[in-house]
Design a protein around this ligand. Structure first.
Ligand code: SF4
Length: 530
C-alpha cells in the first residue's frame, strides 16, 4: 500500500511544526489502513507513506500488487505512482475519493475501486484471486453499513512519524452546502459506528502504546447527534478508566454551539478543539451557497459559546462566491478578529469534481477546461482556486483575498487574537495535563519561544506578551495558546508565500487583460481605417 504525496506546500502541511516536534507529517493514512483490514488475512501487507518515507525499488519489487489512491491534492503523485508501477510491471489498484469523483483521470490504473471500500473490496479480491488483472468495481452509493467496518490496521503505522492519529466514528453530513463533495461521496444521512466498535478502535490504539492527540476525522461529527450522545458518555468512562490517554479534536457544523449537553459531553470526553466551516460572515452569501445552518444566528456568539465549553475553534473561510460583495474582505477580517479564531483556513472557492456547484457552473458554461485536474505545482485551493469564470472581477477577488491574508497572519495581529482567545477559552473544567508519552510534551515553552525568536524574530515581542497575558489570566489555556504559536511557524511564512503567488497571479491576469485590450483597440483601428 502506497500513500501518495500531497502537493508540497499546503495550508495543512505544517512542515515546520512537524520538524520542531520531531514528526514527519501531520496525520497518517486512515483510509489505506482501513482497506488493509479488509484484505484477506493471508495477504502480507506493507505500507509506505510517500509523505514520510521513500518508496524504494526494493520495496516495489517485493510486492505482487500495489494499492494506492487519495484525495485531489494527491492526484499528481497517484498518477506518477501508476506510471512507476506500470514501468516495473506491477499491477496497481487505485481507490479513494478522487478516483471515485473523477474515474476517467485514472484510466491508466489496472484496477479502479470506486466508492466506499467496505461495499466493494470483496469483488476486487475475488477478481484478483481468479486471475483477473484489470477491472473497475463500483460500490453502491451511501449504503455501506459502517457498523461492519473493521478496526483499521493501526499496527502498520509508525506513530512517531505523526503529530496525531485519526479515527472515524461516522460518515456523511445532513447539510447541503453547494461546494461540498462530502455529501456526494458519503451522502446526507450520517452513518455511525456502534459505541463498542468505536471503543474497540481506541482499545487497539491504546494497546499499541499510542498516547496523545487523536482526531475524529468525521465529515461532521455531530451529523447524527443521537448516536454521538450514546457514544460520548462511554468514551468519557473509557478515558477515566485509563487516566485520559487521548485528547480529541474533530470537525463539526456550527450548530454544535446550540447544544449545551453535547458540548459538555465533548469536554468531559477530553475534546480540546473543533474545526468549523464558517465560509462567509455574510448571510446572503451563506444562503446562496446553501449553508443555511450558519444563518439566523450570531456566528461570533456561537464560536464564543464553544470556547466557553473549553474547546478551541479553527475555522474555514472561502472567497469567490457569486453574490459576494466587494466589502467581503473587511467583513471576514472583522469576523475573525471579533470571534478571536487564531487559525483560519482562508481559501479561494474551488469547484471540486462531483458537486452541486460544479454541475451548476457546467450548465452555465463557466467551468474551466481540465477543472478536475489537480495542479502539479502551486499548492492547494489557496493559490489554485477559482477554476471557473467568476461573477465578480477575478482581480477584485484576488486583491480581497490577499488583503485578508496580509491582515490576519501579521504576527502582532495573530498574537492579539491569541490574547483574546486566552480570555475566552474556559479550560477550568478540562484536563490540563498531557498523557504520558504524548509527543507534544517534549517541547518546553522556553524552547518554543527561543525557536520562534530565532526562526521568526518578528514574533518575539508580541508572542511573549500573549503568553504572559495567558499565564497571568488563564493559566489553564497556556498549553493551547503555545500550540497555536507552534502552528504559526508554518502559517506565518505560508501566508506570505500565498500572497506572493497571488501577486504573480494578479500580474499575469493584468498582463493578459492588457493584451486583450491592446488587440481590441488594434482591431478597432484596423476596422475604422477600412
Ligand atoms: S456542513 Fe461541511 S460536510 Fe456538511 S455539507 Fe456543509 S461543507 Fe459539507
Amino acid at each position: 500500500m502506497v500513500y501518495p504525496k500531497f502537493v508540497a506546500d499546503t495550508f495543512w502541511s505544517f512542515a515546520d511544526p512537524c520538524r520542531l516536534m520531531g514528526a514527519r507529517y501531520p496525520a497518517p493514512p486512515l483510509g489505506l489502513i482501513t482497506v488493509a483490514a479488509l484484505l484477506p488475512k493471508s495477504w502480507d501487507i506493507r505500507l509506505v507513506n510517500r509523505n514520510t518515507e521513500d518508496l524504494t525499488d526494493h520495496g516495489l519489487d517485493w510486492a505482487e500488487v500495489v494499492m494506492t489512491g487519495g484525495m485531489l491534492p494527491q492526484q499528481a503523485d497517484t498518477l506518477n505512482l501508476i506510471n512507476i508501477c506500470r514501468r516495473r510491471g506491477k499491477p496497481v489498484v487505485v481507490g479513494g475519493p478522487d478516483v471515485t469523483s473523477s474515474p476517467h483521470v485514472y484510466c491508466s490504473a489496472d484496477f479502479r475501486v470506486l466508492g466506499e471500500a467496505e461495499g466493494i473490496l470483496d469483488e476486487f479480491i475475488a477478481a484478483w484471486q481468479r486471475g483477473d488483472r484489470s477491472g473497475t468495481f463500483t460500490a453502491p452509493k451511501f449504503e455501506i453499513d459502517v457498523t461492519k467496518s473493521p478496526i483499521p490496521r493501526f499496527d502498520l503505522l509508525k506513530f512517531a512519524h505523526y503529530l496525531h492519529v485519526g479515527v472515524q466514528f461516522s460518515r456523511g453530513c445532513p447539510f447541503t452546502c453547494e461546494f461540498c463533495d462530502i455529501i456526494e461521496l458519503y451522502g446526507r444521512v450520517p452513518r455511525s459506528k456502534t459505541t463498542s466498535q468505536a471503543l474497540a478502535e481506541l482499545d487497539a490504539l491504546y494497546a499499541l502504546g499510542y498516547r496523545g492527540h487523536v482526531d475524529f476525522v468525521d465529515d461532521n461529527l455531530i451529523g447524527n447527534k443521537k448516536a454521538l450522545k450514546l457514544f460520548l458518555p462511554e468514551l468519557k468512562n473509557w478515558q477515566i478508566a485509563r487516566d485520559y490517554p487521548f485528547e480529541f479534536s474533530t470537525e463539526a457544523s456550527v450548530n454544535l454551539a446550540d447544544d449545551d449537553s453535547l458540548l459538555q459531553m465533548m469536554r468531559e470526553a477530553n475534546f480540546f478543539g473543533v474545526f468549523v466551516g464558517i465560509e462567509s460572515p455574510d448571510p446572503a452569501t451563506l444562503v446562496s451557497m446553501k449553508k443555511k445552518q450558519n444563518t439566523r444566528r450570531d456566528l461570533v456568539e456561537s464560536i464564543h459559546k464553544i470556547y466557553a465549553a473549553g474547546l478551541f475553534v479553527t475555522a474555514g473561510f472561502i472567497l469567490g462566491f457569486d453574490n459576494e460583495k466587494s466589502s467581503v474582505s473587511e467583513a471576514i477580517i472583522e469576523f475573525i478578529e471579533d470571534a478571536a479564531i487564531p487559525v483560519c483556513m482562508v481559501g479561494l472557492l474551488y469547484a471540486l469534481p462531483n458537486t452541486q456547484l460544479t454541475r451548476r457552473l457546467a450548465s452555465e458554461g463557466r467551468l474551466h477546461a481540465d477543472h478536475e485536474i489537480a495542479a502539479t505545482t502551486g499548492g492547494d485551493q489557496c493559490t489554485t482556486g477559482l477554476n471557473f469564470d467568476t461573477k465578480r472581477p477575478l482581480l477584485e477577488i484576488l486583491s480581497d483575498y490577499k488583503r485578508v491574508l496580509e491582515r490576519i497572519y501579521e504576527p502582532a495581529i495573530y498574537a492579539k487574537r491569541l490574547e483574546r482567545l486566552a480570555l475566552l477559552l474556559d479550560r477550568s473544567r478540562s484536563r490540563r495535563d498531557l498523557p504520558d508519552g504524548d509527543l507534544r510534551g517534549r517541547l518546553s515553552r522556553l524552547d518554543l519561544m527561543q525557536h520562534l525568536a530565532k526562526a521568526l524574530p518578528e514574533t518575539r515581542e508580541p508572542f511573549w506578551r500573549a503568553l504572559t497575558v495567558c499565564g497571568r489570566k488563564n493559566p489553564g489555556a497556556t498549553r493551547i495558546i503555545a500550540s497555536f504559536m507552534v502552528l504559526y511557524l508554518h502559517l506565518g511564512p505560508f501566508s506570505r508565500r500565498v500572497i506572493e503567488a497571488i501577486d504573480r497571479r494578479i500580474a499575469s491576469e493584468e498582463s493578459s487583460l492588457n493584451s486583450e485590450i491592446g488587440s481590441l483597440i488594434g482591431a478597432q483601428i484596423a476596422s475604422s481605417a477600412l
